[in-house]
Design a protein around this ligand. Structure first.
Ligand code: HEM
Length: 311
């Protein structure tokens, strides 16, 4: 491969059917480093075990580190070029907030039971050294729809492009080749306002048809449609694995956005286009119905580097 022979984590896979996203911060204790190293050292083995036990259930998990945690835990390893604390993006109307996070786990499987099993193993291994920041449980909704009723993930690099090319660091940062920049953002939707919008208007917000996912023509698609604003060029793509989540009786409906990229600047450029606008002011119409409540950047090292971090 072109990642210096390193094997990437599962950063270019499908969204999955059941997902648990966990973000922790690390406590400063005498045991912290050892416990984190233990998870790094055993991570690929734990995944192998899940896959051997349940070969049909498409189990996968990726793990990533925030910039602060990386520098504190592994000062001797240097730092991936673009791994910095996410700087908030403040537009005229909308803000992409920056929120804390030291370690991310993105757990996917066909059955939620497997996600839970793995989450509980990790949580036990990290007992006493982590503080939970957020845990979100996502589910596949109908034919892969976001909770707002539109299919999400269509334009991901897939059939005619190698998704790893867009998701994985290559020789440009040789020490970290095989890794991936993972950006997460938890969004809450205003479903009352969204549902009050006629379907044809919703279609102009997303830039695709609601029923069959067909893209609107250039004439039909407004400049501020979500897929117009985030389409920043054929060479500038990322791999998204967003999941819907909901707590119906509380009226909480959301999208957990997760994007893997070979370079964070691509993800950041998409965010700037959404929140500031290009040209300035042409902000993403989807943001009028969706509020980002978290925003954190992580780096998911290759399996090879994870093993080294565990030594
Ligand atoms: C496209 C949903 C946030 C990047 C889409 C589509 C949907 C969608 C329904 C059209 C189908 C597809 O091609 O996947 C959402 C929701 C979000 C969200 C519900 C959160 C509220 C984001 C963010 C980014 C992003 C934060 C980037 C940082 C993209 C890209 C496309 C896309 C690159 C494809 C554009 C193209 O057609 O070339 N999204 N999205 N999305 N989204 Fe999002």
């Amino acid at each position: 491969n072109s990642f210096g022979g390193n094997i990437p984590q599962d950063v270019a896979g499908k969204q999955g059917e059941n997902v648990i996203f966990i973000v922790y911060t690390l406590k400063d204790t005498p045991e912290t480093l050892d416990k984190v190293k233990d998870v790094c050292a055993n991570f690929s083995g734990m995944i192998r075990s899940m896959r051997n036990r349940f070969p049909e259930l498409m189990f996968s998990c990726t793990m990533g580190f925030g910039a602060d945690a990386w520098s504190r835990l592994f000062p001797e390893k240097g730092k991936p070029k673009e791994l910095n604390t996410f700087e908030e993006i403040k537009g005229g109307k909308h803000t992409a907030v920056s929120t804390p996070g030291d370690i991310l786990f993105h757990i996917r499987a066909k059955q939620m039971g497997l996600c839970f099993e793995f989450a509980s193993i990790i949580d036990e291994k990290l007992q006493g050294v982590v503080e939970p920041v957020d845990e979100t449980h996502g589910f596949r909704y109908m034919d892969g729809k976001a909770i707002i009723g539109f299919v999400d993930g269509t334009e991901n690099p897939a059939v005619d492009e190698n998704p790893y090319h867009f998701a994985v660091v290559g020789e440009e940062d040789a020490d970290f080749a095989g890794g991936s920049y993972v950006f997460v953002q938890k969004y809450i939707h205003d479903m009352v306002a969204w549902n009050a919008l006629p379907v044809e208007e919703q279609e102009k917000v997303i830039g695709r048809r609601k029923f069959n996912d067909v893209e609107l023509s250039d004439e039909e698609k407004p400049q501020n449609a979500h897929n117009a604003v985030t389409n920043i060029g054929d060479d500038l793509k990322i791999v998204r694995a967003n999941m819907p989540f909901a707590n119906t009786s509380k009226g909480e409906y959301g999208t957990y956005f997760i994007g893997y990229a070979s370079t964070f600047s691509t993800t950041r450029q998409m965010l700037e286009s959404m929140f500031i606008g290009n040209p300035v002011g042409n902000t993403d119409r989807l943001l009028d119905f969706s509020t980002a409540v978290t925003g954190t950047l992580f780096f998911a090292p290759s399996y090879d580097l994870l093993g080294e971090l565990g030594e």
